[in-house]
Design a protein around this ligand. Structure first.
Ligand code: GLA
Length: 385
């Protein structure tokens, strides 16, 4: 058992005075490419990472829900009957929001209370989906304890609903899909229209390359205005173009979009259309030429997010340009933007030099020192014991 799992069990026992019925875990994610495409029914290509949230849980005889998190003091208690999405807030909104979303799918009175204890090594606020890791670990635990038999795709929807309705962030399905469906050494090609997924071998080890995360330690929140306003622009653009979602458009539609849309909406739409194509190009390049061939797509994706979608920040731009100058094969900001993390694809022998160089460039620019660390594609959510 890993240290995190041992701690998870011990933490539960310390908080609730009995041993848990079981232990579940779910990873954070890094998106390799395909940003702000998920809510446009497009393509994304994330990986589940080797940082996880564990939840130790035990069914109760009554209808109380009690949640504890090793990152916050105290236990939050509520009754299954009193779960109200409008009155959940703080860290407990994530696990209790999932309980609310799941309880809607079950016959009234069929569910029992549960005690839950969360611990995590997914950095929070870094754009690595620490919230999806919590949602997916809790969803998997409740699915087992309540014997609901929901599929992984359905659990992803539950996590997204909790995030949208309870936390108030109008996010798409990518983060939860990555956390639930990830596989070691594979990326997940997500078609957010059909919800079909395909595991694609990354081949990083054989090619001697890996991903570095550069957490700029500048915070972001998708419940704030920027994310929602980008989403609205995409919906406006689709409406004006006469399609249900931007997925229906390809690069051949760009000249018509340029004549119909205002300048800003056009740039938002151009990002989504070209980003969908870059996801497909990246996967095709991985399959035919291996991971050393995908760098240019990562670089172009960053430029598109910086100039067309306008969701980058000076820190993210520096992380990317610095990684590129230090010899990374490709680099881009990852996640929703407005802060958080960038990724760089580097040859294994270059990783520490690149990490040190980025830290030096941040210090010269007067920015907060970044956290730079390697991540690898790992297994999705699972029952641990
Ligand atoms: C956040 C959201 C995702 C997705 C990304 C941008 O991570 O949670 O649904 O929209 O931003 O690609």
């Amino acid at each position: 058992m890993t240290e995190l799992l041992r701690q998870g069990t011990e933490y539960f026992t310390g908080e609730f005075g009995v041993a848990p019925d079981g232990l579940w875990s779910a990873p954070g994610r890094v998106n390799v490419i395909g940003e702000h495409t998920d809510y446009n029914d497009g393509f994304a290509f994330p990986i589940a990472i080797d940082k996880r949230t564990t939840v130790a849980a035990r069914a109760r005889e009554d209808r109380m829900l009690r949640v504890a998190s090793s990152a916050f003091p105290g236990v939050v208690e509520t009754s299954l009957d009193g779960l109200d999405p409008d009155s959940l807030n703080g860290w407990a909104a994530y696990p209790l929001g999932v309980a609310w979303a799941m309880s809607r799918t079950a016959p009234a009175g069929a569910l029992t209370g549960v005690d839950l204890a969360l611990s995590s090594d997914v950095p929070a606020g870094a754009g690595l989906s620490s919230s999806a890791a919590v949602e997916c670990a809790v969803a998997l635990a409740l699915n087992d304890l309540w014997q609901l038999g929901l599929s992984r795709q359905e659990l992803a929807r539950i996590g997204q609903l909790a995030e949208n309705r309870v936390v108030g962030a109008p996010t798409g399905i990518m983060d939860q899909s990555a956390s639930l469906l990830g596989e070691p050494d594979h990326g997940i090609l997500l078609d957010c229209q059909s919800l079909k997924t395909e595991s694609v071998a990354l081949g990083f080890a054989a090619a001697g390359v890996g991903l570095l995360v550069i957490d700029t330690r500048t915070s972001h929140s998708h419940a704030d205005g920027g994310y929602a306003s980008r989403r609205r622009s995409c919906e406006d653009g689709a409406r004006t173009m006469g399609v249900g979602s931007l997925r229906a458009l390809g690069t051949e539609d760009l000249p018509r979009a340029a004549t119909l849309l205002d300048g800003q909406t056009f740039r938002r739409v151009r990002h989504v259309i070209t980003e969908n194509q870059r996801v497909l190009d990246t996967v095709a390049a991985l399959r035919t030429a291996g991971p050393t061939a995908i760098g240019p797509f990562l670089n172009e994706s960053h430029v598109s997010m910086r100039d067309d979608f306008e969701i980058s920040t000076p820190e993210l731009d520096l992380a990317v340009s610095s990684a590129q100058e230090l010899g990374a094969l490709g680099a881009r900001m990852t996640g929703g933007g407005f802060g958080g993390a960038a990724i760089a694809l580097v040859r294994n022998g270059d990783a520490s030099r690149v990490a040190e160089g980025i830290a030096r460039d941040f210090s010269r620019a007067g920015f907060t020192a970044p956290h730079v660390f390697p991540v690898s594609a790992s297994a999705g959510a699972r029952r641990e014991q």
